[in-house]
Design a protein around this ligand. Structure first.
Ligand code: ADP
Ligand code: MG
Length: 593
């Protein structure tokens, strides 16, 4: 019998390890940017082609490497950052496993050009699938340029697993934001397929936010700052009126590194309690400085999760720091002890006109869930705030109809009654129809928008409104303008990622156009929406959802009749564009019971 155990060659071992470190172009980008920062660079340029598939190049003016370090850096466990195991507990730099370059070199063709500041010449190394194919002295500027070409060229499984360029590119941009937001003292550029998307100059954190998201962001935040023994906090928290229906820009950093930490995020959101409508979310960019030895080191460094020894204290400090920033000094908390209950009414959002006090009902009863039973307990709702909690689940596509379509009412002006501020009840030949007003309106608007032509009417705005976006969003918005014009919007580019809106569709009543388009872009980007084969449809859905009357809006008799008539004119009257049921019929037999 011969022996059967082999030691894997380094190239194979590295390729296996690479799977953990580099799973998509964005993770290679992260490693390279971190190396440049660790090398003390003050300017870092990132160049990508085809969302990083064919090229990821990072050029920095950092320390550079000697000839022999340039060879060594591609070896596994080659790192200049750890000398003994104690160092592991006091890591301040970004990477420390000495794995990244070895991994990347195992699965790509890499060209490294590097020069120490006090050397005359630099060196160029070509390495492919872990094998160095050439090394030559080169005249180049001090610092390092590392180009990763044809990522996964020798791992077809990984390559085929990559998503479309737009998706991979959005991952790269997210990595870029996570790094540049907190390293605002370093200049960065991002170039994609020959086009400069970002040119970020070193400056303050707020300037960096504005460079990334557009100048209008400068007015959207309060600064938050706090220094205690456990933590130093510095950052920006969104003004309550700019809270969004989707979790948008929520960034937490610890010691210069982006982290996800549900409990700390909850601490920030807690500070907004009673200041923003339910199911809307604030934006924030908050950096924490914590003694590295108070962070659990067992957490995998490529992951964004961390564990704090002082989590409870951190939670409390963070929440009160944010509260303070929002102008809700501790005084407010004290006041609430002796303020009568009825004065504790949540502030309404801008532009909200209160409706009449209304009848009592059981808010938990939803006739669209077959399983929820109407309970006998009713609650008296004193002020019936509209339901801003628009569902965020746009995941479902129109479903094929399983049941026979509902027959329309016999008379055109049949009796309609509004129940709970969210359902329209009306008699139909087949029974009593309970119609979800918001979903019905979404269906009507969606069908109307999908059919719209440029020739249809639009209303010119008396006062044109300016909107501006982040450079990447502005690009996307630019692409969507022809579709938006089709819907009746009048939009012109002002350059500098700004636009002026001069007209809106006739039935459009939204005042906050910036918020409206921000939400539309968020919806458009969300991968679930990309399931729509046709981008026009996905825009129609986003616009219809935003324009539809929400549950909680009181409707007049005529409005209800009109809505019912419009709904039954739709070919798919019983299903909302997101696939949810609009109409429930209570059959005559059931009524009899
Ligand atoms: P780690 O960053 O964990 O040490 P890497 O594989 O990312 O491991 O890098 C290995 C080593 O190569 C680093 O420790 C550093 O000494 C060197 N290095 C990598 N990138 C650069 C760079 N841009 N400039 C200078 N040195 C670099
Ligand atoms: Mg590294």
């Amino acid at each position: 019998m011969s022996d059967i155990i082999n030691i894997l060659p380094d190239s194979v071992a590295n390729q296996i390890a690479a799977g953990e470190v580099v799973d998509r172009p964005a993770s290679a980008v992260k490693e390279l940017l971190e190396n440049s920062m660790d090398a003390g660079a003050s300017q870092i340029d990132l160049v990508v082609k085809d969302a990083g598939r064919t090229l990821i190049q990072v050029i920095d003016n950092g320390s550079g490497m000697s000839d022999s370090d340039a060879r060594l850096c591609f070896e596994r466990h080659a790192t200049s950052k750890i000398h003994k195991s104690d160092d592991l507990f006091a890591i301040h730099t970004m990477g420390f496993r000495g794995e990244a370059l070895a991994s990347i070199a195992a699965i790509a063709q890499v060209e490294l050009r590097t020069r120490l500041h006090d050397s005359e010449l630099g060196t160029t190394i070509l390495i492919e699938g872990s094998h160095i194919t050439s090394q030559q002295p080169t005249a180049c500027s001090p610092g390092t340029s590392l180009a990763v070409k044809n990522l996964f060229f020798n791992v077809p499984a990984r390559r085929n697993f990559l998503k479309k360029d737009s998706v991979e590119m959005s991952h790269i941009e997210e990595v870029f934001r996570r790094i540049t937001l907190v390293h605002y003292d370093i200049g960065f550029t991002l170039q994609s397929n020959g086009k400069t998307l970002y040119d970020l100059k070193a400056g303050s954190m707020l300037q960096r936010i504005a460079q990334l998201y557009g100048n209008h962001y400068k007015e959207r935040f309060y600064s938050v700052e706090e220094a205690t023994d456990i933590v130093r906090i510095k950052g920006f928290v969104g003004k309550p009126e700019f809270s969004r229906k989707t979790r948008g820009e929520q960034y937490l950093f610890v010691n210069g590194r982006f982290i996800k930490h549900p409990a700390l995020s909850a601490a920030v959101e807690k500070a907004y309690t009673d200041m923003i409508p339910e199911r809307t979310y604030p934006s924030y960019f908050i950096g924490l400085q914590v003694d590295p030895s108070r962070i659990d080191i067992n957490i995998h460094p490529t992951k964004t999760e961390v564990k704090f020894i002082d989590e409870h204290a951190l939670f409390a400090i963070l929440r009160s720091a944010v509260k303070k920033a929002l102008g809700q000094f501790t005084l407010a908390t004290e006041l609430s002890f002796n303020t009568p209950e009825e004065f504790n009414i949540a502030p309404a959002p801008r532009g909200y006109v209160p409706t009449q006090p209304r009848i009592s009902y059981n808010p938990n009863y939803n006739p669209f869930h077959a399983t929820t039973q109407p309970s006998t307990k009713t609650t008296v709702q004193q002020i019936d705030l509209p339901d801003y909690r628009q569902s965020n689940d746009i995941e479902t596509l129109p479903i094929p109809k399983t049941e026979k379509a509902v027959d329309p009412p016999n008379e055109t002006n049949s009796v309609c009654m509004q129940v709970q501020g969210r359902y329209i009840v009306t008699p139909l030949p087949s029974g009593l129809a309970i119609i979800d007003q918001q979903r019905a309106h979404e269906r009507i608007l969606f069908d109307r928008l999908c059919k719209r032509h440029t020739s249809d009417s639009s209303q010119t705005l008396l006062f044109p409104v300016n909107c501006s976006f982040s450079p990447a969003d502005a690009d996307m918005f630019m692409e969507l303008i022809p579709d938006l014009k089709n819907f009746g919007f009048g939009i012109e580019s002002l350059g500098q990622h700004s636009f002026v809106v001069t007209a809106t569709p006739t039935e459009f009543s939204e005042n906050d156009l910036q918020g409206f388009f921000d939400q539309m872009l968020t919806d458009y980007k969300s991968s679930s929406l990309q399931k729509f084969s046709n981008r026009n449809q996905s825009l129609c859905l986003s616009i219809a959802r935003q324009m539809a009357v929400k549950a909680g809006t009181t409707l007049g008799a005529e409005e209800m009749q009109q809505m019912v008539a419009d709904l039954f004119a739709c070919p798919m009257a019983d299903t909302a564009p997101n696939g949810k049921r609009i109409i429930t019929i209570v059959k005559p037999e059931e009524l009899l019971k």
